[in-house]
Design a protein around this ligand. Structure first.
Ligand SMILES: *[C@@H]1O[C@H](CO)[C@@H](O)[C@H](O)[C@H]1NC(C)=O
Length: 497
């Protein structure tokens, strides 16, 4: 579909048709190995989503258990302040675990390889899940809090490793669609957690440890499936210089015997990478080459967390918006979708504010506010939800990518933590007008995206990196001419934007 679309947008390129059609078609093939590898990887995202969603439903019940534990230990009911702090800590320490571990994504993925890193990471989920699941039995909220910390650390690693692995094993033409599955799995995880967290299912006094402990299920599944998935060929070839292994991995993933063109693309990237020095996090901030992509990556991550999505608890319908996103992302381009999402969220936030302010005097405003909340969430899933992760993976070549992922992940978790800690008090201060703050932030991010963020759809990592370098030199056209294999992607792009 993508090929057809791109071809039909420009009739002057008929001469290239046959060559390019076969080239792109062969890239679009989804093999069993590719499907299995992507599925296995996004189990990590599912688990990430599950742990985001799982903590809200049983709050009152878990608090009652903290109280019971306190009574058991001290012979008196827990002071309200202490209970609030213990609960806030249980929730927020998740972000701290994620913040710390997301910083290690680069180092660990380089040291162990993507696949083994995911495998080892499951140990964290296993320990964290067990600690939380057994905390009631052991009458220990310390175990619960520590378990949340460990599971947060798992999620920090998973949220970096999964998009990295999926982005690296996916062929260029499918990178967007497959990358969306990460976000789709997150919202699916949230949804599963919300359903299972209902009081009639597992959100009850006796069963909440099962609800929290269930997080080990995807872990076990992922551990069982990972040995059947190939290590990222891009990693094997570019980082480990194992051409032979990379080749056999590529063959398994593409189902083709002839993988010369993909290997050539990696070779080209490796050649350039060998010319540049290895990039550490510090250098990432110092070097002017990376300054612009770095600022873009961080601001896009902030646009996700500061969009106000965490303030809206209605996420149940979002998987459907994500399915839609899956089809949109390769057709419309990341930049367009991000702007569409931000703009839609901004407008929804303003309507929501008006509706909430008028709620007392105009009864039917409650419908408007519900609609606007749904719009808010839907637009989030179109743009700021999934898109920032694409950009981090796509704006950087292999050398600086792990470090960039770490910085982006860390800024995402930090923003998440800040929102988690501050939103409640700011909301009490501002009342219904709190969403105007988010609307202003969204508008800012929209303007930023419009002026500063380039399109990355259908471009190879190298081309994107070259885009930044050439952008400053003022010559973007040259790039199209010496890369005939993706020429039509550009043309398709231009005709849309
Ligand atoms: C803790 O439990 C006791 C009963 O054991 C109850 O009277 C008290 O209100 C509870 N405290 C809180 C903060 O819920």
């Amino acid at each position: 579909m993508i090929t057809k679309h791109n071809l039909s947008t420009d009739s002057t390129q008929q001469g290239h048709d046959t060559v390019l059609k076969t080239h792109t078609n062969s890239q679009q093939l989804v093999t069993g190995t590719l499907a299995l590898s992507v599925f296995t990887a996004v189990l990590g995202s599912l688990e990430f989503g599950y742990n985001i969603g799982v903590i809200n439903a049983p709050q009152k019940i878990i608090e009652a258990d903290y109280n019971a534990t306190w009574v058991h230990r001290h012979g008196e009911p827990i002071p309200t302040g202490t209970l609030t702090s213990l609960w806030s800590l249980s929730v927020a320490i998740f972000s701290i675990g994620g913040m710390l571990s997301s910083f290690c994504v680069g180092f660990i993925s380089e040291w162990l390889g993507r696949r083994k890193a995911m495998l080892i990471n499951n140990l964290l989920a296993f320990i964290g899940g067990s600690l939380m699941g057994l905390s009631k039995l052991c009458r220990s909220f310390e175990m619960m809090i520590f378990g949340r910390f460990i599971i947060g650390a798992y999620c920090g690693l998973a949220s970096g490793l999964t998009p990295m692995y999926v982005g690296e094993i996916a062929p260029t033409s499918l990178r967007g669609a497959l990358g969306t599955l990460h976000q789709l799995a997150i919202v699916t995880g949230i949804l599963i957690a919300q359903i299972l967290g209902m009081e009639s299912l597992l959100g009850s006094e006796d069963l909440w440890p099962v609800l929290l402990g269930l997080t080990v299920v995807p872990t076990v599944l992922q551990m069982a499936l990972l040995p059947f998935c190939p290590e990222s060929p891009r990693f094997l070839y570019i980082v480990r210089c194992q051409e032979h292994h990379a080749k056999s991995g590529l063959r398994r993933l593409t189902g083709r015997l002839e993988v010369g063109d993909m290997l050539a693309e990696m070779k080209e990237e490796k050649r350039r990478m060998d010319m540049e020095r290895k990039v550490s996090i510090l250098e990432l901030f110092r070097s002017p080459i990376y300054r612009q992509p770095m600022i873009i990556s961080i601001l896009l991550q902030l646009s996700q967390q500061l969009s106000g999505i965490n303030a809206v608890s209605c996420t149940s319908l979002t998987p459907f918006c994500s399915y839609l996103q899956l089809f949109l992302v390769e057709r419309m381009g990341r930049r367009t979708l991000h702007m569409l999402g931000l703009g839609g969220m901004c407008i929804s936030a303003i309507i929501m504010t008006v509706a909430l302010a008028l709620l007392d005097s105009v009864p039917w405003m409650s419908y408007i506010s519900m609609l606007s909340i749904f719009g808010f969430v839907a637009f989030f899933e179109v743009g700021p939800g999934p898109i920032p992760w694409f950009f981090v993976a796509e704006l950087f070549s292999q050398g600086p990518r792990p470090a960039a992922m770490a910085v982006a992940g860390c800024s995402n978790w930090t923003a998440n933590f800040i929102i988690g800690m501050c939103f409640q008090s700011v909301a009490e201060l501002c009342g219904p007008y709190v969403f105007l703050i988010f609307a202003a932030l969204l508008l800012f991010f929209l303007i930023f995206t419009f002026f500063r963020v380039p399109e990355t759809r259908g471009k190879t990592f190298d081309q994107i990196a070259a885009n930044f370098n050439q952008h400053s030199a003022g010559g973007m056209m040259d790039m199209d001419l010496d890369k005939p294999s993706t020429e039509l992607d550009y043309l398709g792009e231009d005709s849309i934007n």
